[in-house]
Design a protein around this ligand. Structure first.
Ligand code: GAP
Length: 548
């Protein structure tokens, strides 16, 4: 039985995201494009603040002279910005060309396509006829959907639903097919009227394909939009070593778009077809890689907490051996309890992978495969490498130990869009505040960390007269030089506070009658709701200090 999700909370978050200009569906006026999302005025600021925080905390603000807590030694960090389209051989040697796929299944009747691992079903019987009723719904929608499907499949009216006998619990279709307890001939597809319309599962490569050049035609022109930013970093490993004088151990960070032709994009921005990643490839000595893996796993975990994600909603999960990507010798996921998931379930925010020397060696020698625990160059039928490497030497010479080795890589790989979604979900609260007459009023508030909040402060003259707007505008202009500030004189002050609460603005400054006499303003705190009097002359420095 599937457990209930917090779907109504998720629906409210999606609705707020649209209503307040955080996230819109791409190409909405044409009906939208599944798996593609645009960030509105507040959303782009939130996402930029998140990426800036990552870049600062991981790359530009990193102190290479100190040993960070938990690190084996000091290390350096550098940045890169690589192209989305790279030489097609990159994806052959990285393994994405052969292995980056999902299994999909089509319905001959409805013409719909599903991810095989997203389908679940259960056996039902009616007057001696048996069907394996399949649903593509998840969470608390799955079970009711199988009931509706069974009514359709057996041709039974809803009032006679009790005539249907359920013979098994909901289970994964893929598992049932592999265990041969179900054949696709017995399966009633999620949108079909008859059983037996689902095709056998087929592999589907997730890379978007494109062609290079005006005369594109033959196979050599085939190129791919990158499905991860990581490979651009491996392409430039030697360039960075040769030009920036970094020494192993060091990391290279990159933020950029990645593209995956997901079969079933879903759950708002969680699974998109175009998204942004924030990735670090950290190069270290093989013998020290286990220590660096632990360091990065713990460092990245602390980063999410430092920006205010609720610890109880986060989970650090080490992958089982059978879950590991083709290159990985160890991976941990940082996961968040998104409201669209059933209680106790978590969705991946970031993976921290120990990639060993897979990538650098593959790009040198040709695509590697694991055989008897060893990485060896994969052979084609002609006995030659299946995918030829660059032949370039990507090893590293350590001048202190006088050793030459291919560095091992630890990769903390985060999704910017998933992180934005997690911070939005975590920040979303409904509570009660006293209105201007002291009566309780319900409010929706985004309790975003001040570093992430799109607007840091709003300046509100209590009334549009008595010189209040003039003082407020002057203060707004002073603030604006240092932080995103907003000026609002429309509507009651209570409504203006409510608008800022929904936008996640941590502070509001109200210019009122007392400002005219003693030069102070009210500083309202979004979360504690305290209202303090602060001198106008001091407020800019005070807020700058708080943001530091
Ligand atoms: N270079 C390793 C790599 O790309 P991944 O686990 O496939 O690993 C890393 O992706 C992160 O990218 C994920 O943890 C997730 O945050 C984000 N991500 C992956 N696929 C995504 C998608 N379809 N939509 C949004 N974010 C995605």
């Amino acid at each position: 039985m599937d457990k209930p999700t917090d779907q109504s909370r998720m629906d409210k978050i999606v609705s707020l995201a649209k209503r307040r200009g955080f996230i819109f569906q791409s190409s909405e006026i044409y009906g939208g494009l599944n798996g593609f999302w645009d960030y509105g005025p507040l959303g782009v600021a939130l996402k930029r603040n998140l990426k800036d925080a990552w870049w600062h905390d991981m790359v530009s603000g990193h102190d290479e002279l100190a040993t960070p807590a938990g690190a084996p030694q000091p290390y350096e960090m550098a940045g890169l910005d690589c192209t989305i389209i790279m030489h097609p051989q990159v994806w052959k040697c990285s393994g994405h060309f052969d292995l980056f796929h999902d299994w999909m299944i089509d319905c001959r009747e409805s013409k719909k396509r599903y991810r095989f691992d997203h389908l679940h079903g259960r056996w039902a019987s009616h007057r001696g006829k048996k069907l394996f009723v399949v649903t593509d719904q998840s969470g608390d929608d799955a079970l009711p959907h199988t009931v509706t499907r069974a009514l359709k499949g057996f041709g039974v009216r809803a009032s006679k639903v009790e005539e249907i006998e359920w013979l098994s619990e909901l289970e994964s279709l893929a598992t049932a097919v592999h265990a041969q307890t179900v054949t696709l001939a017995d399966a009633l597809g999620p949108d079909a009227g008859e059983p037996g319309t689902l095709t056998a599962p087929r592999e589907f490569n997730l890379m978007f394909e494109t062609r290079i050049g005006a005369l594109a035609g033959d196979d050599d022109d085939r190129a791919f939009l990158r499905p991860e930013t990581a490979q651009g970093i491996f392409m430039n490993f030697k360039n960075v070593v040769d030009t920036s004088r970094v020494k192993v151990p060091f990391g290279i960070g990159q933020i950029g778009k990645s593209f995956r032709n997901e079969i079933t994009p879903r759950n708002f921005t969680f699974r998109s077809r175009e998204f942004e990643q924030m990735e670090i490839e950290f190069f270290c000595k093989p013998s020290e890689s286990a220590d660096w893996y632990r360091y990065w796993r713990d460092r990245r975990w602390r980063w999410y907490l430092s920006l205010g994600l609720t610890e109880g909603k986060l989970q650090l999960r080490e992958h089982h051996a059978d879950e590991l990507s083709h290159y990985s010798v160890g991976t941990a996921d940082i996961e968040y309890a998104f409201p669209f998931l059933a209680p106790g379930e978590f969705g991946e925010l970031e993976g921290i992978a120990h990639r060993g020397d897979f990538d650098l060696r593959s790009h040198m020698e040709g695509k590697l495969v694991r055989q008897d625990g060893q990485l060896v160059v994969e052979q084609g039928p002609d006995g030659k490498p299946r995918h030829r490497g660059s032949g370039k030497d990507l090893s590293y010479f350590d001048e202190i130990s006088r050793e030459r080795f291919v560095p091992h890589v630890i990769e903390p790989s985060a999704g910017a869009d998933r992180a934005v979604l997690a911070f939005l979900c975590d920040a979303y609260h409904e509570d009660e505040v006293p209105d201007e007459d002291g009566k309780p009023r319900s409010r929706t508030v985004l309790k975003l960390h001040p570093r992430l909040a799109p607007l840091k402060v709003a300046v509100l003259p209590l009334v549009k007269k008595d010189g209040m707007p003039e003082i407020a505008i002057e203060l707004y202009r002073k603030l604006k030089a240092h932080m995103p500030a907003y000026y609002d004189e429309k509507g009651s002050v209570g409504r203006r506070y409510a608008r800022q609460d929904e936008a996640g603005t941590p502070w509001c400054l109200t210019i009122d009658g007392r400002t005219l006499t003693d030069g102070t303003v009210t500083l309202r705190d979004r979360d504690s709701l305290t209202q303090d009097r602060v001198a106008v002359a001091e407020v800019v420095d005070m807020l700058r200090d708080r943001l530091r």
